[in-house]
Design a protein around this ligand. Structure first.
Ligand code: IMP
Ligand code: MG
Length: 175
């Protein structure tokens, strides 16, 4: 483990939980296809594992949205940096997010996507920091609730580092 990091959720626990989420999603969507929309870049690793844990046809698309600079605190400004490639009108959409903190990002994104008239629109987040919530967000599926700490790994970064760690770790240094 790189210095300055403390293990929070080991790889085995993440993988077991992703399989459980996949099973629930498989049951909740008896038909498909499910349109998985990953929020770049943090959700890409979670999405890759989750998609393979779902035993229904899926489509995969990505949207780029950013409310953070390169540091640990939000810039408070949400912007769309990459739009979807395809229409989601009439589709069963499942937004895949790495972590929900203030809720500002998802609150904005759900409003944008709802205007495109999907048949259904739900959110799955690997991690949830409920104590930090400013904007309400309805999370259909959550992997783990975690305390108010800055975490990295399994897709999550600090200044673009640590995304390829297999565990989720707390970043104990730097501001
Ligand atoms: P929100 O808009 O405040 O909910 O922030 C959500 C986004 O901020 C997530 O998609 C992450 O990209 C980023 N983020 C929030 N908390 C953390 C963290 O603890 N580690 C890494 N990124 C985080
Ligand atoms: Mg993100």
């Amino acid at each position: 483990m790189p210095p300055g990091l403390r293990l929070l959720i080991p790889e085995q626990k993440i993988q077991a939980r992703v399989r459980e989420l996949g099973d629930r999603i498989t049951r909740d969507y008896p038909e498909g296809p499910i349109y998985l929309i990953g929020i770049l870049k943090g959700a890409c690793i979670f999405l890759a594992d989750l998609a393979r844990a779902i035993e229904r046809p899926v489509r995969i698309d990505f949207i780029g949205i950013s409310s953070y600079g390169t540091g640990k605190t939000s810039s408070g400004e949400v912007k769309l940096t990459k739009d979807l490639d395809c229409s989601i009108e009439g589709a069963d959409v499942l937004v895949v997010e790495d972590i929900v903190d203030s809720g500002v990002t998802l609150n904005y994104l759900v409003q944008v996507l709802a205007q495109r008239r999907p048949r259904s629109l739900k959110v799955v987040a690997l991690l949830d920091k409920p104590s930090r919530r400013i904007c309400p967000v309805d999370l259909a599926y959550v992997g783990f609730e975690i305390p108010d700490a800055f975490v990295v790994g399994y897709g999550l970064d600090y200044a673009e580092n640590y995304r390829n760690l297999r565990d989720v770790c707390v970043l104990e240094e730097a501001d």
